[in-house]
Design a protein around this ligand. Structure first.
Ligand code: AMP
Length: 189
């Protein structure tokens, strides 16, 4: 079973992704984590990505697609399944994902939207800034990340609805309740 998780910044994708991957033995592919790792390593890619991430914008499709191609090919080679977290983030990336998967002869079973309204997101992110210290969690950068989400990522809702892959989850509430909603979706796939 291969799935993707998407939703606005602060929806709890990372937290839920870890729980689902553990329960269903999926490889967790988080493009945000991969980029943050590159930044920590001080690689050339990390240096380029840092400026963009800190401004709340998206890094280029070329960079992201190279990362995804390598990871998915590796996962397929190991006969594993995956959960994508933070990718795709635009219609263009979704189309690129479809072609990569077609080439690798693997299919996507569901696109799960963790839905949270804006005022809740703002509070959560401010809290996360205090606990995790992510630089892109500041209020100024958040405004730009939210705009990017609504302009570029939210159109994926219709995209995956049209493909009959969209599953909707209410992302407001206890972590365990949200996890339960996702588990039951997974069990029905
Ligand atoms: P995340 O941890 O998923 O919130 O990602 C943190 C930041 O990494 C984003 O605000 C983007 O700058 C960058 N990023 C992560 N995934 C992608 C992607 N699929 N496309 C472009 N930029 C991304």
């Amino acid at each position: 079973m291969n799935i993707l998780l998407f939703g606005p910044p602060g929806a709890g994708k990372g937290t839920q992704a870890k729980l689902i991957c553990k329960k269903f033995s999926l490889d967790h592919v988080s493009t945000g984590d991969i980029l943050r790792n590159e930044i920590l390593r001080g690689s050339k890619l990390g240096v380029t990505a840092k400026q963009i991430i800190d401004s709340g914008h998206l890094v280029s499709d070329e960079i992201i697609i190279d990362i995804i191609k390598i990871r998915l090919a590796e996962i397929k080679k190991n006969n594993k399944n995956f959960l994508l977290d933070g990718f795709p983030r635009s219609i263009n990336q979704a189309n690129l994902l479809s072609s990569i998967m077609e080439e690798l002869e693997i299919i996507l079973n569901a696109a799960i939207l963790i839905d949270v309204e804006q005022p809740v997101l703002i509070n959560r992110i401010i809290n996360r800034k205090n606990t995790e210290g992510r630089e892109d969690d500041s209020e100024e950068v958040l405004a730009s990340r939210l705009k990017v989400y609504y302009d570029q990522t939210a159109p994926l809702i219709q995209f995956y609805k049209d493909l009959n892959l969209l599953k909707w989850v209410n992302g407001v509430g206890e972590i365990s309740d949200i996890n339960q909603q996702i588990n039951s979706i997974m069990e029905q796939l």
